[in-house]
Design a protein around this ligand. Structure first.
Ligand code: SF4
Length: 326
């Protein structure tokens, strides 16, 4: 591990000052410390923000939900308001990582976590994300778990977060605080597709701090849920996943919110699937027809062609689970 300085801060102004010259924020540390041990990340300054007052879950005036950046994954998953208003978030969190990690890791850290591409974590491999311009060992290597959507010729790594898939589906906003004040960024624009700069992963300005994720007040009643398909039943990343929320009134789907995980370089919103659902009555035929659009634009690699069909089936199954529930 490379030497670094460590500063613990107690308010946001102090945090912004401490990170002004390129310091990295750390809270639960469940990703960053691993990467530092492997010398994938070599920050010179760590700013410990775990003491900041960003650990609340609150219902907004409009009836949405604001989840503080320092709320632990386990706390968010178990929170009565998260469970009752947006079960898709609770389920996504509970299907993530291990109980120990969920007790440490925060919501802010969860959406900031970096890819599990094995070449990214192997400092002897070519990786444009870790070392811009060095190449991508996954393109012609073992790429079974890699992305089929949102890829580029420079990077095909998936985003690993489950919660981020639920946030993308629900059209959340990310609250940021920086040296120039606060701002909100739609979740869809916060995590960046790799393009020609896979090393740039979030739409963060220098020194900006995530303070919260806000879920808008969506039409009610809203049924929602998360399905994760993986190689083993626990402590594993998704091969494909689906976050689904449906507003059904009078037997007709009025609004649909659908996103997929495990298949995209970012959590993958599925507007074509949503459009196929809205205005229709739930039926097995509808679920199949809508899900058939889930892989539109997919570019599979040598070892992950199976993800095209797996994605469609995962979305279909979760549409049926949520849509047929009472
Ligand atoms: Fe690196 Fe992305 Fe290629 Fe993986 S897929 S080796 S993270 S550039």
């Amino acid at each position: 591990m490379h030497p670094f300085s460590f500063t613990k801060v107690s308010d946001t102004r102090e945090a912004l000052d401490a990170a002004r010259d390129g310091g990295r924020y750390i809270a639960g540390g469940t990703t960053l410390v691993d990467l530092m041990r492997e010398t994938v990340e070599r920050p010179e300054t760590l700013v410990d923000i775990s003491g900041l007052p960003l650990g609340e879950v609150t219902v907004t005036r409009r009836g949405g939900l604001r989840i503080g950046a320092l709320v632990r994954m386990a706390e968010a998953a178990a929170h009565p308001k998260v469970r009752s208003l947006y079960p898709v978030i609770s389920q996504a969190l509970e299907l993530s990582a291990s109980a120990q990690l969920r007790n440490m890791a925060t919501i802010g850290g969860n959406i900031m976590q970096r890819t599990r591409c094995t070449y990214f974590r192997d400092v002897s491999a070519d990786c444009n994300k870790r070392e811009p311009g060095s190449g991508c060992a996954a393109l012609h290597g073992v790429n079974r778990t890699h992305a089929i959507l949102g890829t580029s010729d420079d990077c095909v790594a998936t985003h690993p977060s489950d919660a981020a898939v639920a946030f993308a589906a629900l059209e959340a906003q990310v609250h940021l605080l920086g040296p120039d004040g606060g701002r909100q960024v739609p979740f869809a624009g916060f995590l960046l597709k790799p393009g020609s700069t896979p090393n740039r992963e979030q739409a963060l300005r220098r020194g900006e701090l995530i303070t919260a994720v806000e879920i808008p007040a969506l039409p009610r009643p809203l049924r929602s849920g998360y399905l994760k398909v993986r190689d083993r039943q626990s402590y594993e990343f998704a091969l494909a996943s689906a976050a689904v929320a449906l507003h059904i009134r009078g037997g007709v789907i009025r609004d649909a919110y659908v996103a997929a995980g495990g298949v995209g370089t970012v959590p993958w919103k599925l507007p074509a699937v949503e459009a196929a659902l809205v205005g229709e009555r739930p039926s097995d035929r509808l679920w199949a027809e809508a899900a058939d659009r889930a892989a539109n634009g997919a570019r599979p690699l040598q070892h992950n062609r199976f993800k095209v069909e797996l994605l469609k089936r995962t979305v279909e199954r979760q549409l049926r689970t949520v849509g047929d529930s009472t």
